[in-house]
Design a protein around this ligand. Structure first.
Ligand SMILES: Nc1ncnc2c1ncn2[C@@H]1O[C@H](COP(=O)(O)OP(=O)(O)OP(=O)(O)O)[C@@H](O)[C@H]1O
Ligand SMILES: [Mg+2]
Length: 259
């Protein structure tokens, strides 16, 4: 696959609840092996978009192709096969609290693969190392982990089936800036070594500067701006202007230019 191929193609998407449409004729492409940052005000519909793309929310109109398949046309088997090709880190409820780290990471394996416990143990260990955790963390429960470790375990679980696409909803929220920076670097490294396509919802300006290849801004139910940081800094859209050229955004932009 070349860099330009769209692995996710959203066209004319309408999603709503009751009388209101949260997404209103939205178009979006996510290209192979890129890290796309999705931003927008709280309530703009970022999580709704993510959940609709992976088939957890119904749409009122439009098409969504992921890896060439539209879930709306897919049968049960095709759907399950497609679901195995992506990993998700949700905004809330990252881990099963009654399961250990090992069991959490092995959960998708148990659901989808017919392999021995020994092989699953080896795979869980490999995933844990991939996200920068130690073997002794395998037998901890979620309540024994820090926020940053929890995010890493959730990421290890999202990577359990060697996905082609990674969906991340606010992966660095709640982390201190250094842990968040480490996490961004980890995503970047994983994307480069595994050539995964990453769809990342984030509020974190730092992530947008350091981790993302391209940014899509959600407002009024649509993608109102998309492109690299440079495009965001030139945008005339009021929300984009305030967000990227406001006090915090401006500081980061200056740092980027002087670096
Ligand atoms: N299951 C649901 N039923 C009804 N309304 C919903 C549902 N899920 C989301 N909404 C509404 O859709 C809108 C968009 O929600 P969404 O969670 O996508 O926002 P968001 O952009 O992810 O915000 P945040 O940055 O705060 O996470 C909100 O008005 C929310 O109340
Ligand atoms: Mg959200």
């Amino acid at each position: 696959m070349t860099k330009k191929t769209a692995v996710i193609k959203v066209r004319d998407l309408v999603v709503g609840f009751g009388d209101e449409n949260v997404l209103d004729h939205l178009d979006l492409d996510v290209r192979a092996a890129e890290i796309l940052g999705v931003v927008g005000a709280s309530g703009a519909g970022k999580s709704v978009l993510l959940r609709t793309i992976i088939g957890l929310l119904p749409r009122r109109h439009g098409t969504i192709e992921v890896l060439g398949i539209d879930l709306a046309d897919a049968g049960e088997e095709e759907r399950r096969a497609l679901e195995r090709r992506w990993g998700v880190l949700f905004q809330q409820g990252a881990l099963f609290s009654s399961l250990t780290v090992r069991q959490n990471v092995q959960f998708p394996m148990r659901e989808n693969l017919d392999i021995s416990q020994r092989l699953m143990d080896e795979m869980a260990l490999a995933k844990l190392e991939m996200v920068g955790l130690a073997p002794q963390d395998l037998d901890k429960f979620p309540s024994e982990l820090s926020g940053g470790m929890t995010k890493r375990v959730a990421l290890a679980r999202a990577l359990a089936l060697d996905p082609e696409i990674l969906f991340l909803d606010e992966p660095t929220s709640g982390l201190d800036p250094i842990s968040a920076g480490d996490f961004d670097e980890l995503i970047r490294t994983l994307q480069q070594t595994l050539e995964i396509t990453v769809f990342m919802v984030t509020h974190d300006l730092e992530s947008l500067y350091t981790a993302c290849d391209r940014i899509a801004v959600l407002a009024d139910g649509k993608v109102v701006a998309d492109g690299p940081i440079a495009t965001m800094l030139e945008s005339e859209h009021p929300w984009v202007k305030t967000y990227f050229q406001g006090k915090r955004g401006g500081m980061l932009a200056e740092r980027q230019i002087s670096a």
